[in-house]
Design a protein around this ligand. Structure first.
Ligand code: B12
Ligand code: SF4
Length: 589
């Protein structure tokens, strides 16, 4: 920052959280994962500050607040703006649909004091991409004078800052039709003091954006497009070095499907070099599709680059459901081969699993979870409710045909049922969602998972840590583990407007009791897992453990397994594979 600066533009980047079922903001002492949206916007803003884009006499002070781990202290922020005559901007960053109501509640006092506020992220971008400019609740922004920024900030942020400085911030910036290239753009980055507020001190970056597929429940393709846009290997190296300089070596690569990032190989090659030649002990998590084992060298290079966790969008094991969601690229006949290939690399696998597709009922969901536990070599499973997220094709279809959907956007967190189902009542659906966590993370199955990990070279201690979180977060905290963290914090002042304020004594008494009882259960669960971990690690012959899930794909292509016989579409899927094999002379697997 220039020493000659006379004015200081206050840029406050806030990533809002949302409200829990009791109406309190979800906030933790340490949140589970860092926000890449914040890192991306911070990187762009820091670049603007460094280049002094507002003129040599204007410095830009940037403050970052991730509300999942830091309280938004509105009075302190207001007095800070006051010291600078209101010169600056509150940027509500990466706002998802479920965070939109909270984002507006944060904006309200700032707007009331005449401070400029802008909002970006998936809700506003998804709505402007798929619906008209007044859907869903966007008019609330207009009424409050909150600027809507739809699209990506790379290459655009600086002109928005200039407009704010000149007092001509527009009501809407819509760049949805002009997705920027990412090459040589400022890279996602957060100073260590912010990263330290998340578990495991890991950073994040999107090596690319866009996915070629067309799943009907997906908002990503309608916001970030279907074409692969990517950062160069040089840019990835730059951001890794920036982080390593502050002692950060673990990264969540947030591409929704890194296997379809056109630069995946160059990126892996560079990360391998940084790890093997420069000795940076990288630890990476990536997200991929269920066909990535077909890409030559992908898994081997992932391992060498430092990938130790991989998230796979399995979504469902019933081909009829996958077809209904236009997710035909997911072949259940390939699931076992793909998961075994990850196991061979000793990489921990996490599957995303959606409940509420058309063919689902509570009974079929229970049956399918039992099949997965028995036959699929997956370590962790995350459950989600099929949700018509604003910005998705599913939402657009329901919206256009006037079919009723949940009105409270706070509930669009893929954990709450937001629309009707033809074969399950809303409550029934919601109940089976919560039950699914208990069914999968049963004590018996957690022990089996640890045994499988030991036998396949997946770090048992690492898995045990995840099992603790995944088996308890929905049950104890009533939120998804992705929204979880360590030690839930609450404040009486953070209750959703419109809900009654509890008396402070009743609030703190309840909070104290809840914290005590939750942590007692958590400690007991941790002790149990530690014990199982020790047994599995040290018992003789544990490395030889075998079961159906770990068995190699059989010569008949597993066609007698429940996975390929019990669901409605599975038999047709096997018959199709056989037909193709017959026509091409290829082996049925
Ligand atoms: C990484 C990730 C996470 C991480 C980190 C969160 C984060 N946002 O970084 C974790 C694991 C914590 C997470 C959790 C959840 N996530 Co998430 N997540 C993602 C993912 C895969 C990547 C996010 C990202 O980095 N994108 C790249 C950045 C750069 O894009 P961006 O956020 O849109 O920001 C750009 C522009 O929008 C713009 N911009 C953004 N803000 C602003 C503000 C201003 C003022 C301006 C000018 C510009 C601007 O500039 C940015 C740079 O170009 C996205 C899917 C996706 N492809 O984006 C889902 C996604 C955002 N997540 C989603 C959901 C539902 C969740 C959860 C609710 C799931 C759950 N029940 O636990 C939780 C919520 C927790 C939370 N507190 O955010 C949905 C949101 C859908 C919606 N329409 O609301 C998405 C889109 C995935 C999906 N299923 O469709 N998530
Ligand atoms: S594979 Fe994932 S990112 Fe791609 S369209 Fe389907 S849900 Fe969206």
């Amino acid at each position: 920052m220039s020493a000659t600066s006379e004015r200081r533009f206050q840029l406050v980047l806030i990533k809002p959280s949302h409200y829990d079922d009791d109406g309190y903001v979800i906030r933790w002492w340490r949140a589970m994962t860092p926000s890449n949206s914040l890192a991306a916007v911070y990187g762009i803003a820091a670049d603007c500050a460094e280049r002094q884009v507002l003129g040599l006499d204007v410095a830009i002070d940037i403050e970052v607040i991730d509300e999942t781990n830091t309280r938004v202290d509105v009075p302190a922020l207001l007095s800070r703006f006051g010291r600078h005559n209101g010169f600056g901007l509150v940027a509500l960053v990466g706002v998802q649909s479920n965070q939109y109501p909270r984002a507006l509640d944060i904006a309200r006092p700032f707007r009331a004091s005449g401070i400029a506020v802008a909002i970006g992220g998936f809700h506003v971008s998804g709505c402007l991409s798929m619906l008209d400019s007044h859907a869903v609740d966007l008019d609330l922004c207009r009424e409050m004078g909150v600027t809507i920024f739809a699209g990506e900030a790379e290459g655009r942020f600086e002109s928005m800052l200039a407009d704010t400085t000149a007092g001509r911030l527009a009501p809407v910036y819509n760049y949805m039709k002009e997705l920027p290239g990412l090459d040589a753009m400022p890279v996602p980055f957060l100073p260590k003091r912010y990263i330290e507020r998340t578990l495991g001190a890991s950073a994040s970056f999107d090596a690319g954006r866009g996915c070629p597929y067309q799943c009907s429940f997906c908002t990503i393709i309608n916001v970030q497009g279907r074409k692969s846009r990517y950062r160069s290997a040089d840019d990835v190296e730059h951001l890794v070095r920036l982080n390593w300089a502050q002692g950060v070596r673990k990264f969540f690569i947030t591409d929704d499907n890194f296997a379809r990032n056109k630069e995946w190989e160059a990126t892996f090659d560079r990360l391998i070099e940084l790890r093997e030649k420069d000795g940076i002990p990288l630890g990476l998590m990536i997200q991929v599709d269920a066909l990535c084992h077909k890409i030559p060298n992908f898994m081997e290079k992932a391992k060498r680059a430092g990938v130790n966790k991989v998230f796979i969008g399995l979504e469902n094991i019933n081909p009829d459901n996958l077809a209904a969601a236009k997710k035909r690229q997911n072949k259940i006949t390939e699931y076992r081969a793909m998961l075994l290939a990850w196991k061979k690399q000793g990489i921990l696998t996490i599957g995303g699993y959606i409940l509420g597709f058309p063919a689902d009922t509570p009974e079929t969901i229970k049956r399918d979870i039992a099949i997965i536990k028995e036959e699929l070599p997956i370590d962790l499973l995350e459950f989600f409710c099929l949700t018509p997220l604003p910005g998705s094709e599913d939402h657009q279809t329901l919206w256009k045909s006037g079919i009723e959907m949940e009105k409270d956007l706070n509930k669009y967190d893929v954990e709450h049922v937001c629309t009707a189902h033809s074969r399950m009542g809303k409550e029934e659906w919601q109940r089976i969602y919560h039950e699914a966590w208990l069914l999968y993370y049963s004590p018996k199955h957690m022990k089996t998972l640890l045994r499988r990990a030991r036998a396949s070279g997946v770090p048992v201690g690492n898995l045990a840590k995840y099992l603790l979180t995944f088996s308890t977060t929905d049950r104890l905290e009533h939120v998804h583990p992705l929204q979880g963290g360590i030690f839930r914090l609450k404040h009486p002042s953070e209750r959703r407007p419109g809900l009654s304020r509890e008396s402070p004594s009743a609030f703190w008494l309840r909070f104290g009791w809840e914290s005590f009882s939750k942590h007692s259960i958590l400690l007991a669960a941790a002790a149990r897992l530690l014990f199982w971990q020790a047994v599995v690690t040290y018992s003789p012959g544990a490395g030889e453990y075998k079961d159906q899930a770990l068995a190699p794909v059989s010569n008949d292509g597993d066609e007698t397994l429940d996975l390929l016989t019990k669901t409605t579409g599975s038999r047709a899927a096997v018959a199709h594979i056989k037909k193709i094999a017959g026509l091409t002379g290829a082996r049925a697997t």
